[in-house]
Design a protein around this ligand. Structure first.
Ligand code: BGP
Length: 475
């Protein structure tokens, strides 16, 4: 399909970027914050990188907001650290923590930037883990509800856009990677109980937001990786549908329709899995009506009919050397493989702007809900050059292509209200620390050597600024 003009973005479109507390703030034990499980992983387990300083946004937030304003941002998505706001099991709000987020929100609002807050982005407080075993116990539900209500009470007058749990699907699909499977005896079964508890926490957050925040809107944040069939072999198509269900659709269906779909119920039956799902849980899920979907979409995957003779689990590329990714082969379900039509990053992530249009179209066709892009981005090995910048042309190409395809999806008729790529400043990658940089702004530090943490605008910052100021017409 051809369009006569470049895509036109709606007036008031949210142009910004994204971050999460544990990846950007640093100051993990300052201002009354207590540890989160992910800090301990970061600080002890390779290839995680120490997050005790990260991008030191905790001390640089004013400067960072100033740079966002200069760039022309109209939105900024960030998360609240639960253990900074409520550091202990006594439910007392930490004044210093509350003030930090209040100051950040005020700085954003004063700069004309709409704050979009994620309630939970991978940073389970150690005290919640110790007291309840994290997501494994139903007791977390009331505790999470209390935390969410505290956020809404403190900031709901100024913040109208809220996100519940970041990439719940990825936390279940990659349980060991993001730490959720810790302590589980039989992950393949236990994960569905954990997932159900997360669904109930999400539902509570949605209901509380609607109760407490005047004009408040809330949505989930699926990590969305669209799956293409490898060929027109009908079995490849079924494999792609299986992968889609088992890595994302069963989550999205549950968020939107408030109930589990028949695919997952049959899957549980076939695998003799009986999660503890109660009548009152289903009523709660049914009541939690989301307002929009926040989409994280970096890449696409390709599925084919699996080889029945062997099992290969997915092996993420943790080295940043192309080719280190291991594609899974799960008999009876699907296999994934390399897409020969697109390039990959050094971490073997397919670079595929069209997947943005495809995802938005797919999600719109299934759910008819407005969407905002809350992550997309180009991770790279980078260093400052002699001119005090980074000539990140690949990131510009990536963003141009992805944003262009968001624009095409809008022209196709999809309701999209913002684009917030990962990330504004460099921050810690989940697996590769500062060795895998995503920022529009370079932060001068590395995993092995703490430097002065100064901010330097990359070339993508200037390019993005021009694009924002022209509301998506100056490519
Ligand atoms: C998303 C997460 C982010 C972020 C991003 C990039 O899944 O929501 O927290 O880290 O992926 O991933 P990585 O850091 O592994 O490159």
């Amino acid at each position: 399909m051809k369009y006569k003009t470049n895509p036109v973005f709606p007036k008031g479109f949210f142009w910004g970027a994204s971050s999460s507390a544990w990846q950007v703030e640093g100051a993990t034990l300052e201002g009354g914050r207590t540890s989160a499980i992910i800090d301990l992983n970061s600080q002890t387990k390779k290839p995680y990188a120490d997050n005790s300083i990260a991008a030191d946004h905790y001390h640089h937030y004013k400067e960072d907001v100033q740079l966002m304003k200069e760039c022309g941002f109209t939105s900024y998505r960030f998360s609240i650290s639960w253990s900074r706001l409520i550091p202990k099991s006594d439910r007392k709000v930490n004044k210093e923590g509350a003030t930090f987020y209040d100051n950040l929100i005020n700085a954003l609002v004063d700069a004309g930037i709409t704050p979009i807050i994620t309630l939970y982005h991978y940073d389970m407080p150690c005290w919640v883990e110790e007291k309840y075993g994290g997501w494994s116990s139903r007791e977390i539900i009331e505790e999470f509800d209390y935390y969410c209500r505290t956020c809404f009470k403190l900031y709901g007058d100024k913040v109208k856009y809220w996100l519940s749990i970041n990439e719940q699907n990825m936390q279940i699909v990659y349980g060991d990677w993001l730490g959720v499977s810790k302590g589980c005896k039989n992950w393949e079964k236990d994960k569905w109980d954990i997932n159900h508890i997360m669904n109930l926490c999400h539902a509570k957050a949605v209901i509380a937001c609607h109760e407490m925040v005047v004009d408040g809107k809330i949505g989930p944040v699926p990590g969305y990786v669209p799956i293409y069939p490898y060929s027109c072999n009908p079995l490849d198509q079924i494999a792609a549908m299986n992968a889609e269900e088992l890595t994302q659709k069963i989550w999205n269906d549950t968020y939107v329709f408030g109930k589990y779909n028949t695919f997952i119920k049959n899957y549980w039956q076939a695998h003799e899995i009986t999660p503890d799902i109660r009548e009152e849980d289903l009523k709660l899920m049914e009541r939690a009506r989301i307002d929009f979907i926040a989409v994280n979409c970096y890449r696409s995957d390709v599925a084919k009919d699996p080889d029945p003779s062997y099992v290969q689990l997915i092996g993420l590329n943790k080295s940043g050397i192309k080719g280190d990714f291991t594609y899974p082969n799960i008999p009876g379900e699907y296999a994934l493989t390399r897409n020969p039509f697109v390039e990959v990053t050094d971490w073997d992530w397919h670079i595929d702007g069209v997947c943005m249009r495809y995802s938005l179209r797919y999600l719109w066709d299934h759910y008819h809900l407005p969407m905002i892009i809350t992550e997309a981005g180009y991770g790279a090995h980078e260093e400052l050059n002699e001119y005090g910048t980074v000539n990140d042309v690949e990131r510009i190409h990536y963003l141009r292509d992805y944003i262009y395809n968001v624009g095409l999806a809008i022209q196709d008729g999809v309701d999209v209200f913002g684009f917030n790529p990962w990330s504004f400043t460099d921050l810690l990658s989940t697996g590769n620390g500062m060795a895998k940089r995503y920022g529009l702004v370079f932060v001068n530090t590395t995993d092995n050597e703490v430097r002065d943490l100064k901010r330097y605008k990359k070339q993508s910052y200037y390019w993005y600024s021009r694009l924002i100021r022209s509301n998506g017409t100056d490519w």
